[in-house]
Design a protein around this ligand. Sequence first.
Ligand code: ADP
Ligand code: MG
Length: 255
Amino acid sequence: MDQVSALGAPMPARAVDAPLAVKLEGVSRRYEVGSGVVYALRDVDLKITQGEFVVVLGPSGSGKTTLLNMIGALDTASEGRVTIAGRSITGASRSDLFALRRNTVSFIFQTFNLFPTLTAVENVQCAVEIAGNKRGAKARAEAALTRVGLADRSVHYPAELSGGEQQRVAIARALATGNPILVADEPTGDLDYRTGVQVLEVLQSQARAGHTVIVVTHNREISRIADRVIELSSGQIVSDGPPLGGRADVAELRW
Ligand code: ADP
Ligand code: MG
């Protein structure tokens, strides 16, 4: 049944029904430094709907990584409430937080973080098994490597792969778990333009397939591929909306 506002008129369906992937309410993250206090995030309110493709933009030190760590339950708020995929992080037990990190949010880091002694497919398979899918883990790992264009590199070790290929293995690892929310912290930061484009294309196609994708960058050009750009400055959201000048395809970006 349609929800009805206080005035009796039907409310817009999307605003009411779209499930939220992320909800932050009055979130601050404080660090005590010496005798002073640094706010990495200050009183942030944010809602991200399932399936949105969001870029978080801001200069170094503006709080981008802190925000992603809140969303991925890698860090907890000093004040405020964080809800991820409908589950409250605030006051959650360690085992609840662990389950959330395993089954809800997948991370991609600037520095790839692959196990050097495991092959590409073993790196991905290992993550799938940790996420609780022992059966069929190898097949899922191989399918994810195919998805990122690395089927022919699956038995290579990280040291035998280029930076762009290593990052695509890390993305395959994130995709293979099937987690609904994908967060990436400066995923192209260590890559040249051409390999950076390959990485962004995979993230864009994942967003188009209906996943919630949240990418952090300090590069305004990259923010053009998102549905929505959230700008941070000194731990606060200073703008939130579609990219300036309209959305662009990855192939149109130049940096
Ligand atoms: P960004 O990812 O945008 O570069 P961060 O989220 O890493 O920014 O950091 C935001 C602010 O919080 C910075 O001023 C940083 O120095 C501070 N900060 C982050 N982590 C710590 C910490 N462990 N102790 C003290 N200050 C920190
Ligand atoms: Mg950072």
